[in-house]
Design a protein around this ligand. Structure first.
Ligand code: F0G
Length: 415
């Protein structure tokens, strides 16, 4: 049984009040002694735990490291990640018809996605562990972020990408930041299987969201949403709608809420309803939620224009599904055409996102149509990556160019 309770004594293995716990068998491990990704006893997912959970009064400064008291290390390998905008979005608001709608644009991070929040923590822990190679499987954004943070830390980076299925901007980033890029004849889930085996053989330190320290950094998305919403509207949101791939963010946001409850800074009832959105061609989480299950079943054939979330085996599902259920959330699948429509709608509000990110808005609109989100709700949609990540998708969704001669009358004639 998955047990996500944060209650209990600090085990003897803790270092500076931090330890790792298995969410399945409850076993505990020293955090920085050995390189571990899963429970050595039962292979369950691991989660960072703390002797103390801070409330909002402990937070100061800006960005991810504002939340240092809630993180496993005091400082990161940093290029000023976090502190992303919480936008109003009039076109989305008009279409959604809810009491309040904001867009938390994680595409405004240094490498253009939320992955930077995880890497600033994860690469710092890697330094502390003394590893000599960092690695990840990726649909693109994780590889771009790891390449940048590995570069900053002067540690070699290996990335495994599904051949032909990664957007151009992301490969360009990984290449320029200096990663060794291997294109695998397989999908993301195959890449993750291979890189997990390399990590198990001690060939590299794994920085996918299976790594519990990375999710600690991503937890700060929730803290920021809560603080910014309260500043903007006086209230916390009732619901957070987010795209789901490996379900790392869903797990991380739920962990942030559980920690705030443990700190006495939030009640269970105040947890925003975590609402996951997947592309219809890659929707194992939606399938699990519709069946009320605590586990996903692997989809071997996945396809979607939103290549960032072209994932059939969400490794963090055992941590994320309880978050969906316990917060009163849900999950919904949307077609690629609806994702593109939402991408255009956001663009019309001046917010440029990649297709996977627009899934959150597409999901909100779909759930409004179905009557599963009520008009009196305050909603935050998470947009996870920047428009420039996938220039081909943006160009295809946008208008055509018009060839004109090099004179003003010629331009006017063409309009
Ligand atoms: N949105 C974007 C833009 C992403 O890049 C990802 C994941 C997700 C959403 C899904 O987030 O896994 O926490 O549910 N991208 C990973 C990668 C898999 O390799 O870049 P999740």
């Amino acid at each position: 049984m998955t047990d996500l309770s944060l209650a209990g004594e600090t085990p003897a293995c803790a270092t500076d009040g931090v330890w790792l716990a298995c969410v399945e068998c409850g076993g505990t491990l020293a955090p920085f002694a050995d390189v571990v990704y899963r429970c050595p006893e039962c292979s369950g997912l691991l989660e960072a735990r703390y002797a103390d959970y801070p409330g909002f009064e402990a937070f100061s400064g800006r960005g991810v490291w504002r939340y240092a008291d809630a993180l496993p290390v005091d400082a990161g390998v940093s290029v000023q990640e976090g502190d992303t905008p919480l936008y109003e979005a009039p076109d989305v608001a008009a279409a959604a018809g809810v009491a309040d709608i904001r867009v938390k644009h994680e595409g405004m991070n240094p490498t253009g996605s939320f992955k930077d929040r995880g890497m600033t923590v994860g690469v710092r822990v890697a330094e502390r562990l003394g590893v000599d190679r960092l690695a990840c499987a990726s649909t693109g954004n994780t590889s771009a972020a790891l390449a940048a943070y590995g570069g900053r830390a002067d540690t070699p980076v290996l990335v495994l990408l599904p051949a032909g299925k990664v957007a151009a901007g992301k490969i360009a980033q990984a290449a320029l930041h200096g990663a060794r890029i291997c294109e695998v004849d397989g999908n993301f889930d195959d890449c993750l299987d291979v890189v997990a085996e390399l990590a198990a053989r001690g060939e590299a330190y794994l920085l996918n969201s299976l790594n519990p320290f990375r999710l600690e950094g991503q937890k700060t998305i929730a803290f920021e949403i809560l603080e910014q919403s309260r500043t903007a509207t006086g209230e916390w949101p009732d619901r957070i709608v987010l795209p789901v791939g490996n379900a790392g963010n869903t797990a991380a946001l739920y962990k942030a809420f559980r920690e705030l409850v443990a700190a006495g800074a939030m009640t269970d009832d105040e947890m925003p309803a975590l609402t996951g959105v997947q592309a219809a061609g890659a929707a194992p989480m939606v399938e699990a939620v519709e069946a009320g299950r605590g586990r996903t079943e692997r989809w071997t054939d996945v396809e979607t224009r939103a290549t960032a979330i072209r994932i059939g085996n969400p490794v963090n599902a055992p941590k994320a599904l309880p978050g969906v259920y316990e917060t009163g959330g849900t999950a919904v699948a949307v077609s690629d055409d609806r994702i593109t429509d939402a991408q255009r709608m956001l663009a019309g509000d001046g917010i440029g996102v990649e297709p996977a990110s627009a899934a959150s808005v597409a999901g909100l609109l779909a759930l409004r149509e179905r009557g599963e989100i009520s008009a009196d709700e305050r909603v935050v949609c998470l947009t996870t990556g920047h428009l420039l990540k996938d220039p081909a998708a943006a160009a295809a969704a946008g208008g055509d160019t018009t060839p004109v001669p090099a004179d003003a009358d010629g331009v006017l004639d063409a309009l």
